[in-house]
Design a protein around this ligand. Structure first.
Ligand SMILES: Cc1cc2nc3c(=O)[nH]c(=O)nc-3n(C[C@H](O)[C@H](O)[C@H](O)COP(=O)(O)OP(=O)(O)OC[C@H]3O[C@@H](n4cnc5c(N)ncnc54)[C@H](O)[C@@H]3O)c2cc1C
Length: 376
């Protein structure tokens, strides 16, 4: 099947020539010969690097592949109909929980981006879902388009970014998303929805808890041509303390934040992980006040529904920071990150996560909720 060539403008291709080695933004011209693959090893298709295989694995390189998949899936003779469909990006927020995954996996390999509109203040950039988000952020910063720079270095693909409204260092991706285009397996058509209709919330959107039928093909970002430094997060403010702000560019912010991240988070290629493993729980003010009387050092932030508690603090207080059981532990430098030192199976991970949840519940009466997607 011919690869998509209509998304990338000359501008994009020109820009890409120097960075093709490190990005997947450029559009491949080779035919998609690996469209439907059987019995694929998934160990390196997720940053947690747990052992698993899947029977049916589709590589989606352009819009036409999605339409072709729709026909194949709905043809009874292929034995796929009725099975769960799972769109997989880089697997940096996915945990494979069984040795053999029953779902049909669509690996989102769509590449390219295109500037679709521009005015004096803003630029609208439509990016295909398989592009690595960190490469896209870097490209936009290099062009002096701002709005994404504090999100630099986040793992994963552009298509997954709206799913849980990724956020870091005082920014959330929802603040730059104009619209999302997706393929709906219910009707076999593409739909475009506005930012408002995505119902973005903290690590949430309409795409987060769906049945796998909405497959994101493109995300359109509205970025700013005039840069202003976002120091709403204290660690970012500290990075630029005493620095002359007039010479700061999005690329400088991008680079500095990447360095900050690297100093705090384990490299998934060295130590399997999915970044923050638990969401920061939100509790009522009364509950917070009760805890604050006992634990004056409790880490908490104001939230419109009460107080958001630092899940890392709860986990550390319960003694899990660096505590290894089998091949799993919470990272010794950042207790919110669960790391795989070489677990024999996903069961070790599930058992460990359950023990953390139960211990935190017993001590603080707070139920932790895992952030990654568990695929069986
Ligand atoms: C070291 C590290 C640091 C991280 N730091 C952060 C952080 O600071 N902030 C943050 O928010 N996250 C962070 N994460 C989590 C992760 O990077 C994000 O959640 C990212 O968006 C996941 O992208 P992915 O392509 O790997 O998604 P996957 O893990 O492949 O998929 C995640 C979910 O999105 C769905 N999905 C993926 N692509 C599509 C698509 N095209 N259409 C529909 N659904 C799709 C999947 O079905 C699944 O439900 C971190 C992860 C790591 C490993």
């Amino acid at each position: 099947m011919p690869a998509n060539t209509n998304i990338s403008t000359n501008y994009t291709q020109e820009k890409m020539q120097n960075s093709e080695k490190r990005t997947r933004i450029s559009v491949s011209k080779t035919p998609n010969t690996n469209f439907w693959q059987k019995d694929i090893n998934l160990k390196d298709k997720s940053t947690m690097h747990l052992k698993a295989t899947v029977k049916d694995f589709f590589s989606i390189k352009d819009d036409r592949d999605l339409i072709a998949f729709y026909d194949i899936y709905n043809n009874d003779a292929n034995g796929l109909k009725g099975r769960k469909i799972f769109a997989l990006g880089e697997g940096s927020n996915t945990v494979f929980v069984n040795p053999v995954i029953d779902a049909v996996i669509l690996k989102m390999d769509l590449c390219g981006y295109n500037i679709i509109r521009s005015n004096e203040d803003n630029v609208w950039v439509c990016c295909k879902s398989g592009v690595l988000f960190r490469d896209f952020v870097w490209e936009m910063c290099e062009n002096n388009y701002s709005g994404l720079e504090n999100l630099s270095g986040i793992y994963g693909t552009v298509g997954a970014a709206p799913v849980q409204n990724i956020g870091a260092y005082g920014m959330e991706v929802k603040d730059t998303i104009d619209s999302v285009r997706y393929f709906d397996m219910n009707d076999g058509k593409f739909h475009t929805i506005s930012n408002k209709d995505c119902n973005f919330g903290y690590r949430n959107s309409i795409f987060k808890y769906q049945d796998g039928s909405k497959i994101i093909s493109d995300v359109t970002f509205k970025l700013n041509k005039h840069f202003s430094l976002n120091t709403s997060y204290s660690a970012v403010a500290k990075l630029f303390e005493g620095v002359d702000k007039t010479n700061i560019t999005p690329t400088i912010v991008c680079e500095k934040i990447k360095q900050l991240r690297n100093s705090k988070l384990p490299d998934p290629n060295v130590l399997g992980n999915c970044g923050s493993f638990f969401k920061n729980p939100v509790i009522s003010i009364e509950h917070y006040e009760k805890l604050h009387k006992i634990y004056s050092d409790i880490v908490a932030f104001d939230d419109k529904e009460g107080k958001k508690i630092g899940a890392g603090w709860l986990i550390e207080k319960c003694g899990f920071k660096g505590k290894k059981i089998g091949g799993i532990s919470m990272y010794d430098k950042q207790s919110l990150v669960l790391v795989n030192h070489g677990a024999k199976s996903s069961k070790e991970l599930i058992d460990y996560a359950q023990e953390v949840i139960q211990t935190v519940k017993l001590r603080f009466d707070i139920t932790l909720v895992a952030e990654p997607h568990f695929l069986s």
